[in-house]
Structure formats: structure tokens, C-alpha cells
Design a binder for this molecule. Structure first.
Ligand code: GDD
Length: 377
């Protein structure tokens, strides 16, 4: 029997690694995994799949690499992106927007190669910021992405690439699937260094506070922000179900269990068996005030929605990070690890609408950079 070639770009990353692990167990599937990172830096590497690692072989910003990867592919899962939690995306908008290269080139190469299906990992960051100002909001339904006012930088790129998928499907016939991920967490993902999201950051801080003996942690914002967090197993299950479905429009893939960041900390503390003093850092990147996933549509299409409880998922994530922390010899830096760092990478372009003060402002105020507003009368 000839195998179906299935390509996963971004395979060295958190979600990509878990997806490859699932696909490689499927009968008749030959997985081709690619990532710009050298294989030593992949979260998970599986020797029984075809791996393309590093800048020469796995950089899918490069159209030539994409063409080689997509040759003969039946399915393409495009998960590569320069991304991270709020500390990264608010401070690296140019880098986030450059993911347009990976999305464009992978889509083009998949279409050129005659791939049957193309999966694009979009994000809840496409949603209109005006609809996320209230922590007790009603959940975001798919139509709430328009009129467009997404997260500055990262969200605009995702929204653009969503539409590019749609037009490639309509104009060229490639079957595209678009899922809007809501904050995915779990083992084998980023837990320190500046790109980590709240679930991993909170687990690490609690672990570090315990190890340091100084029972206090820093929390970004005032802790009343709300989110829903999706455990990685639900995410992979959802990706496969959406790919196998006939769903053509972008669809939410997220948990509908909404919590405040304070409640997330409560859960991590109870798993750790500690109670910590909370230092609120009000000038840290906060993102939107409230976000949750409206799962009406996915339930209607699939009769399914992510269901792993936050407590169960955080327990597994906590245990994995605890292992990384102690095996990696981070005890000596435990006190420092009760805070989070920001990650800076992109440089402002003077005179092109860059507002230094916009970096940590609420995202909905960032929609129109200075100099791009309506002309003054
Ligand atoms: N990252 C992080 N680190 N966030 C913290 C921390 C910390 O140490 N402490 C508190 N928070 C707060 C943030 O200020 C924010 O209000 C909330 O926790 C959630 O932060 P993140 O998990 O970093 O990001 P997000 O939910 O706003 O957005 C993420 O999910 C989107 C999809 O739903 C990002 O990863 C986006 O890239 C992604 O599209």
C-alpha cells in the first residue's frame, strides 16, 4: 500500500510536535516534519518520520524549501509561526507579521503540488478588540472577527492569512481548513525565556517560588483578566477532526471553561500545595481584558468540543515543567523565575508610525498607529 504523505511545518514547536506524534501512529501515513530550528531545539523529535530541520532544510519562509516539502503531499498542516504569549507578541509585532511569509509560501507550494487539504492554524487574536474589553464577556463567536480590529501585529497577520486561505480555495480549488486556536497549553512547550503563555508561566512561577522558599510570585495585570485555556490533547483532536470535516470557514478551536488569571493561579497553587503572595505587575503586557471561545459552531458541525478540564490539564503541565525545572538545574535561579521576562526582537522603524508608548498599551488602542489616523481638517 502506498502511504499518504502528510506535511507538518512547525513540527519542532509545541503543537507541531504533538501533532506529528499523533499522525505518525496512523496507518498508511508518512509524516514529513519540518522546522527552521535545528533538531536539538525541537520539543519532540521522532526518528520514524522524515525530519527536515534547520535553516537550509526546514525554513518555510523560503519558497524553495516549501516546494520540496510539499512535493507529493496529500495533506499539509501549516503550524510554523514566530509566536508566543503576550510578552512576545506585544513586543515583536514585525516578527509576528513576518509569518505571512511562511503562510503564503506554504499555501502556494501546497496548491502548486496539488495537495488535497491545507490546514492553517489561526488564532483567537483575530477577534475584534472592542468585543474583549469586559472580563465577563459573552464568548466570542466566529462572526466577531468583523469588522476587523484584531490584535496589533500578530492578529492582523492571522486575519490576512485566513482570508488568503479562503481565496486560494475559491480561486484555485485547494481545500483549506482554518481553526482559531484559543490559548493552547500542555507539556513539551515553552515554559520560560519570554515566549511562554500564562499557563506555563504560572506553573513555572509557582514551582520556582516553592524551590526558592520565597513564597511570592509576580502576575501580569491585576489578575481579573479572563481567558479559556485548551489542553494540547484537545487541540490535536480538534485539528484532525476539522481537517477531516467539510468545514470551510474559520472555526473556533478552544475550551469554553473561562477563568480569571487569579483562578488559574489558584489551580496551580492547589496542585503545588502552597499559598503564595501575589505581586501584580500592572504595566506588563496584558492583552485583552476578557476572552472565551463560543463553541456553538464546532458542536453543531462535529458534535464535539474540547472538554479536558483546566485542573486536569494544568496538573499534567505542572508535572512536566516541574521535571524540566529540577532536571535543568534551575534551582539556583529559582527566585528570578518567579517573575517573567519580556522578549524583544523587532526594532521600531522611526517615522513609520511606530509609537514607543504603544508597546504596553491596551491592544484596542493600538489599531491605528500615530500618523495613520484620518487627516486633520
Ligand atoms: N505570558 C504571560 N506570562 N502572561 C501572564 C503572566 C506571565 O507571567 N502573568 C499573567 N499573565 C496574563 C497576561 O498579562 C494576559 O492577560 C493573560 O495572562 C494571558 O496571557 P498569555 O497566555 O500570554 O496570552 P493571551 O491569552 O493574551 O494570548 C495568547 O493566546 C492567543 C490565542 O488565544 C497568545 O499566545 C496569542 O499569541 C494567541 O493567539
Amino acid at each position: 500500500m502506498t502511504s499518504r504523505v502528510v506535511v507538518v511545518s512547525g513540527a519542532g514547536g509545541f503543537i507541531g510536535g504533538h501533532l506529528v506524534d499523533r499522525l505518525r501512529r496512523m496507518p498508511g501515513v508518512k509524516v514529513r516534519a519540518a522546522d527552521i530550528k535545528p533538531s536539538d531545539d525541537w520539543y519532540q523529535v521522532f526518528p520514524d518520520v522524515e525530519n527536515h530541520a534547520g535553516p537550509l532544510d526546514g525554513d518555510v519562509r523560503d519558497f524553495g524549501v516549501c516546494r520540496r516539502l510539499c512535493r507529493g503531499a496529500a495533506d499539509v498542516y501549516q503550524l510554523s509561526a514566530d509566536m508566543g504569549g503576550m510578552g512576545f507578541i506585544e513586543n515583536n509585532k514585525a516578527l509576528c507579521m513576518l509569518s505571512v511569509l511562511t503562510n503564503t509560501h506554504m499555501l502556494l507550494a501546497a496548491q502548486e503540488a496539488g495537495a488535497g487539504r491545507f490546514f492553517f492554524s489561526s488564532s483567537a487574536c483575530v477577534y475584534n478588540a472592542d468585543k474583549q474589553k469586559d472580563p465577563n464577556l459573552t464568548a466570542l463567536a466566529e462572526a466577531d472577527a468583523y469588522p476587523a480590529l484584531p490584535e496589533d501585529g500578530y492578529g492582523w497577520e492571522k486575519l490576512f492569512s485566513e482570508r488568503m486561505c479562503r481565496h486560494f480555495r475559491e480561486d484555485f480549488g485547494i481545500q483549506t481548513r482554518v481553526a482559531r486556536f484559543h490559548n493552547v497549553y500542555g507539556p513539551h512547550g515553552t515554559w520560560c525565556g519570554g515566549r511562554e503563555k500564562a499557563p506555563a508561566a504560572v506553573c513555572r512561577k509557582v514551582i520556582a517560588a516553592k524551590a526558592s522558599g520565597d513564597h511570592s510570585i509576580e502576575i501580569w495585570g491585576d489578575g481579573t483578566q479572563t481567558r479559556s485555556f485548551m489542553y494540547i490533547d484537545d487541540c490535536v483532536e480538534g485539528i484532525l477532526k476539522i481537517m477531516d470535516s467539510g468545514i470551510l470557514e474559520p472555526i473556533n478551536l478552544g475550551s469554553s471553561e473561562m477563568v480569571t488569571i487569579n483562578q488559574l493561579v489558584d489551580i496551580a497553587e492547589s496542585i503545588a500545595g502552597v499559598k503564595l503572595e501575589r505581586r501584580y505587575k500592572l504595566d506588563a503586557p496584558r492583552g485583552v481584558a476578557g476572552r472565551n471561545s463560543d463553541n456553538t459552531k464546532i458542536k453543531g458541525y462535529l458534535g464535539w468540543e474540547p472538554s479536558i478540564s483546566l485542573r486536569d490539564g494544568i496538573r499534567k503541565t505542572y508535572e512536566w515543567i516541574d521535571g524540566q525545572f529540577h532536571r535543568g538545574g534551575h534551582q539556583s535561579d529559582a527566585r528570578g523565575m518567579t517573575s517573567s521576562t519580556f522578549s524583544h526582537g523587532s526594532k521600531p522603524i522611526p517615522g513609520d508610525g511606530f509609537m514607543a508608548e504603544s508597546r504596553h498599551m491596551d491592544t484596542w488602542k493600538q489599531a491605528i498607529p500615530a500618523g495613520y489616523g484620518p487627516p486633520s481638517a
